[in-house]
Design a protein around this ligand. Structure first.
Ligand SMILES: C[S@@+](CC[C@H](N)C(=O)[O-])C[C@H]1O[C@@H](n2cnc3c(N)ncnc32)[C@H](O)[C@@H]1O
Length: 194
């Protein structure tokens, strides 16, 4: 991330917007189950709200500084915070009832890495588990905002085929204000290869 992103993502304004607007929309109509994997948690604006919603939240973050911040915020209790890579998840298969990634996919360095993340999320979800992602559309404003950062936009149109290839079903895309929510289920009766 660039300096502007670090500044915005660690701000109390972003925390407020995440908790009051973004998260209620992303989680609407969704059952998260008992153990959520939060991928690319950043400075943790969504983490307290997720912890209120479910018994256990595990927050994963690649950036060392943000991961340190997350760990310091986590004051014991179930779940935890750790440093790790979304494309190589350090968890056993079928560990989580749901996984959520807010503004993370476009921060992965290529389409191939994004596809590896989809496959990894599928692997660590229990049958019946749901994957949720919140993403921004490709636009010149967002490209400008990601100068000296990573911006690999995901097109909503390609998401069906890519998530299906990873094994998911019941894929949904909902749009709101230049952004969209992806939802995908690991079916209960899908054959397991892990
Ligand atoms: C725009 S920030 C969003 C952070 C947080 N979800 C939020 O809403 O504030 C994107 C996050 O994805 C993280 N990230 C990038 N690549 C990652 C990877 N391979 N594995 C895990 N996290 C990653 C970044 O370090 C950053 O914290």
């Amino acid at each position: 991330m660039n300096g502007l992103e670090h500044f915005l993502c660690s701000s109390s304004l972003w925390r407020y917007l995440t908790q009051r607007q973004l998260l209620p929309w992303v989680l609407s109509g969704v059952r998260l189950g008992d153990h959520v994997l939060e991928i690319g948690a950043g400075y943790g604006p969504a983490t307290p709200q997720l912890r209120k919603a479910v018994p256990r939240v595990t927050s994963l973050e690649y950036d060392a500084k943000s991961a340190r911040h997350l760990k310091a915020q986590h004051n014991g209790g179930p779940g935890g915070a750790l440093r790790g890579d979304a494309a190589q998840l350090p968890f056993a298969s079928q560990s989580f009832s749901s996984a959520i990634a807010i503004l993370v996919l476009h921060h992965l360095r290529s389409r191939e890495v994004q596809d590896r993340m989809f496959a990894e999320v599928y692997r660590v979800l229990r049958p019946g588990g749901i994957f949720l992602a919140y993403e921004i559309n490709d636009s010149w404003v967002h490209r400008l905002g990601h100068i000296r950062s990573t911006f690999t936009p995901v097109s909503a149109g390609s998401a069906f085929a890519r998530l299906t290839r990873a094994g998911f079903s019941r894929i949904s895309v909902d749009f709101r204000r230049g952004a969209f929510r992806l939802g995908a289920i690991r079916e209960k009766d899908s054959s397991t290869t892990d």
